[in-house]
Design a protein around this ligand. Structure first.
Ligand SMILES: NC(=O)c1ccc[n+]([C@@H]2O[C@H](COP(=O)([O-])OP(=O)(O)OC[C@H]3O[C@@H](n4cnc5c(N)ncnc54)[C@H](O)[C@@H]3O)[C@@H](O)[C@H]2O)c1
Length: 301
């Protein structure tokens, strides 16, 4: 049996924690001893409006349960707001160990009907917002030689979803951000992972059948968060989580075919079934490993 996964002495910032998954993450981290900055803009599902109320309510819940928390109402999509929420963690608790980039909005439409303002705003909140807050936390975590960051991706980005081109693009962008930061943070013990959740929340209540609410609970996802941001967290991993189901997601590449300098369109077409054969597919830890794999095939050929 795994020992209790405590987070005593750790300080966490959870964005978009006024409800849904963010609230569940904040409660879970606080229950395990972390001091938490509960950020939430408090707007509508499409990102309009703002109020501190939802963040304050979650802070009150954490305190009632015996935990320590403070509320922040800044927008992650605003650079100064991102700096401010990180500064609030430092001012109140003196350090920042865990950042859960969770805040998000939806503006779903098919691409042909989508206003580019809606595309930009969704990318602004999910991708740039996560980058802004991470950028503000990064020097602190590097200097501490300790940091744990979680990006919230989605199966809509990993696999696609009709009507969510803006959201899917932003969510897959977060995987690219994680892949690069896992390399840049490694020397200073800053680890970064992605969570791909499925939960019944304000965001998904009209996308899922009502009976799903009983088992696709935010708490069933939050049970996985400590494994991504605790002491023994991996780095560069994508964890799929929903209704108590947990699974690792990876980008994999087939063994491929080396046609070398003889490659022509016809030869590629001729070898197509071998090129797309995923038998023996592998993953790579960094881009450089791909060119090494190509070169080793070349040398062997
Ligand atoms: N629920 C799911 O099935 C599901 C699936 C895949 C990914 N996600 C992702 O999980 C995260 C949480 O989603 P949820 O389902 O709990 O939705 P939710 O709407 O309940 O929570 C999102 C929270 O983010 C806050 N927020 C929005 N814009 C903000 C901003 N600019 N700054 C600060 N806070 C802001 C909102 O006020 C809200 O409280 C999102 O990133 C979402 O894309 C959810």
């Amino acid at each position: 049996m795994t020992k209790d996964m405590r987070l005593d002495g750790r300080v966490a910032l959870v964005t978009g924690a006024g409800g849904g998954l963010g609230r569940a993450h904040a409660m879970e981290l606080a229950r395990r001893g972390a001091k938490v900055v509960v950020n939430d803009l408090g707007g509508a599902r499409d990102g309009s409006g703002a109020t501190l109320g939802p963040a304050e309510t979650v802070v009150a819940e954490i305190r009632e349960a015996g935990g320590e928390a403070v509320a922040n109402g800044d927008s992650v999509a605003d650079r100064a707001g991102a700096q401010n929420m990180v500064a609030q963690a430092m001012d109140n608790f003196g350090r920042l160990d865990i950042l859960i980039n969770n805040a998000g909005i939806l503006r779903d439409k098919t691409f042909s009907k989508m206003d580019l303002d809606d595309f930009e705003l969704v990318v602004q909140v999910h991708l740039l917002g996560s980058a802004y807050v991470t950028h503000a936390a990064w020097p602190i975590m590097r200097q501490q030689k300790y940091g744990r960051i979680v990006m919230t991706t989605s199966s809509s980005g990993l696999y696609g979803n009709f009507g969510q081109s803006n959201y899917g693009a932003a969510k897959m962008g977060l995987v690219g951000l994680m892949n690069c930061l896992k390399l840049e943070g490694a020397r200073d013990n800053v680890k970064i992972n992605c969570l791909a959740p499925t939960a019944w929340s304000r965001m998904t209540s009209d996308l899922m059948p009502p009976e799903a609410a009983a088992f696709f609970t935010p708490d069933a996802v939050a049970a996985g968060i400590v494994s991504l941001c605790g002491e023994d967290a991996p780095s560069g991993m994508i964890l799929e989580a929903g209704a108590g189901y947990f699974s690792k997601v990876e980008t994999v590449e087939g063994q491929g075919v080396g046609l070398y300098l003889d490659a022509t369109a016809e030869l590629v077409a001729e070898k197509w079934s071998e090129i797309i054969d995923m038998t023996g597919a592998r993953t790579f830890g960094a881009a450089g490993e791909v060119s090494n794999a190509i070169l080793s095939k070349y040398n062997a050929g």
